[in-house]
Design a protein around this ligand. Structure first.
Ligand SMILES: NC(=O)C1=CN([C@@H]2O[C@H](COP(=O)(O)OP(=O)(O)OC[C@H]3O[C@@H](n4cnc5c(N)ncnc54)[C@H](O)[C@@H]3O)[C@@H](O)[C@H]2O)C=CC1
Ligand SMILES: C[N+](C)(C)CC(=O)CC(=O)[O-]
Length: 476
């Protein structure tokens, strides 16, 4: 059954929520009286369609339906989740939340994107609401801080995990939650460094992105500092740097006055630093970098990479049943990071997607991660790729796999890499079954051999592909 989300306020954050729900298969209804709201959401969606599918090696579910409504009540009718994302003004939030509460179904989770109000502030006039504070861009960053009534937070946790997010439920409510407390502390010190003429906006950004910002994405602060203590770890780190808390290393709670002069100084320096790019261009750059970082983290499971890997496991894939028809082994979007200077998918990634098809087929015959952990696997000994057509970023590729032969130590596969009806490339691959202890070829375990043989027999009647056993044939 398709879920429905209602988005009340479709600006930077509401647009991001709309994209996150929609691309994960939810229907989305938007209410925002601003005359430009639809255009802005369409632009955020275009960015999300380019970025989010690129995180995964499997296809996301088919997109839900997007609709815009003239009244709040229309938008929330039948919704399973209502997300309030109007500007950060308590009086406005009270008005909007009262309307949502009156119109939303009893079972709906009502979340507020507030960056800093506590659930008790929001519910002061009786509206049912929890804090569901996301991070920009909502369609890529997994974190959502939850605060408020326990049962609603638990329901919210389940639904958010289903759309690839990582809920963090606060143990008790606090102004600005956890992450914004940290962001405000850094922001405050940045303002002092600017006010005191110590550094420019660009220099401060360099101080973050060239150094500790890279560490924070994967280890946060405590794990990072544990390592900084050397072999003696966290205790030694605190012995060494604890006294610094007494030194003037931080202005602590002292806040600079936000004068018009300070605003002009920051806005002017920020224009000089990044004004040569539009906000949409900056968003695309940010998203491409985030996709690259998240995909790198996926490999080790560190930080948000673990969330992506876990969500991907929940995305549907073909059943491992031997059959005469070809087996679908991969269905995925082409990420921006796979494009090259010719404006299409680089040749190396045809091999990558072919290798993903082989990995998936190994899982289907019972030679997946558990089998490998127990000491047996397959090694590739030969690949042959034929490139037939170019593929562009964002297109969906489907790989089907044919078993050419599968007996004893050998597994001979033929992958067709298809874009719709077009076979964009083929990859023929020969693998040998190996004992990972001796690193030598050996017969597979009985279950794997039996399933592989069943596939080979089922595929024996299929036509041999024309590319099979072809050599590199340049006409002379
Ligand atoms: N911008 C950010 O980085 C983040 C913002 N937030 C929070 O998200 C919320 C929204 O912030 P942004 O999206 O940045 O603001 P925004 O200004 O980009 O968007 C607010 C939207 O609400 C609409 N709106 C105003 N009154 C409305 C009403 N009565 N009914 C329906 N829509 C109405 C406006 O037309 C506008 O499109 C705030 O509570 C903010 O603290 C949370 C995380 C990050
Ligand atoms: C600046 N901010 C308080 C609106 C930041 C957030 O709430 C979260 C984010 O995305 O940085």
């Amino acid at each position: 059954m398709t879920h429905k989300a209602a988005i009340i306020g479709g600006g930077v954050i509401g647009g991001g929520w709309a994209a996150r729900f929609l691309l994960n298969g939810w229907d989305v209804a938007v209410f925002d009286p601003h005359p430009e709201a639809r255009r802005k959401i369409d632009e955020v969606l275009a960015g999300a369609r380019r970025a989010l599918p690129a995180l995964y090696d499997r296809a996301l579910p088919p997109e839900g339906a997007l609709s815009f409504h003239d009244t709040l009540a229309d938008a929330v009718a039948g919704a399973d989740w209502v997300q309030e994302s109007v500007p950060e003004r308590l009086d406005l939030k009270h008005r909007v939340l009262a309307e949502i509460d009156a119109a939303a179904p009893d079972h709906a989770v009502i979340g507020s994107s507030t960056s800093g109000f506590k659930p008790s502030d929001l519910a002061a006039q009786g509206a049912r609401v929890i804090v569901a504070h996301p991070f920009n861009p909502v369609y890529l960053l997994p974190l959502v801080e939850l605060a408020g009534e326990a049962e609603s937070c638990a329901r919210a946790d389940t639904l958010l995990r289903g759309i690839g997010m990582r809920p963090l439920t606060l143990r008790r409510e606090i102004d600005a939650h956890i992450a914004d407390r940290l962001l405000e502390a850094v922001w405050r010190e940045c303002l002092w460094l600017l006010t005191d003429g110590i550094a420019t906006t660009e220099e401060i950004d360099d101080a973050i992105r060239m150094g500790f910002g890279l560490r924070w994405a994967q280890m946060g602060i405590f794990e990072t500092y544990r390592i900084a203590g050397g072999e003696a770890g966290m205790r030694h780190f605190m012995e060494q740097f604890g006294p610094a808390l007494e030194w003037p290393w931080t202005k602590l709670m002292d806040v600079p006055e936000f004068t018009p002069e300070l605003v002009d100084l920051i806005a002017g320096q920020s224009d000089a630093q990044s004004g040569h790019m539009s906000i949409r261009e900056l968003e695309r750059l940010r998203d491409d970098n985030l996709v690259g970082i998240l995909r790198a983290l996926r490999k080790t499971g560190a930080g948000a990479g673990g969330v992506i890997a876990e969500h991907e496991r929940s995305l549907g894939q073909a059943e491992g049943i031997p059959q005469a028809a070809l087996v679908e082994t991969v269905r995925r979007a082409v990420p921006q990071t796979w494009a090259d200077y010719n404006g299409h998918m680089n040749e190396a990634h045809y091999l990558e997607i072919g290798a993903q098809a082989t990995d998936r087929f190994m899982e289907m015959i019972g030679a997946g991660p558990d089998y490998i952990a127990a000491g047996k696997s397959y090694f590739t000994v030969e690949n042959h790729l034929c490139y037939h057509d170019e593929v562009k970023v964002g297109e969906t590729l489907v790989v089907t796999t044919q078993v050419v032969a599968g007996a004893g130590k050998k597994m001979h596969l033929f992958h067709r890499i298809c874009r719709g009806e077009v076979v964009a490339a083929t990859m023929e691959t020969l693998l040998l079954h190996v004992d990972l202890t001796t690193r030598r070829a050996c017969p597979p375990e009985a279950g794997v051999e039996r399933t592989l043989t069943q596939y080979a027999e089922a595929h024996a009647g299929l036509d041999a592909p024309v590319e099979l056993a072809r050599h590199v044939g340049a006409k002379r």
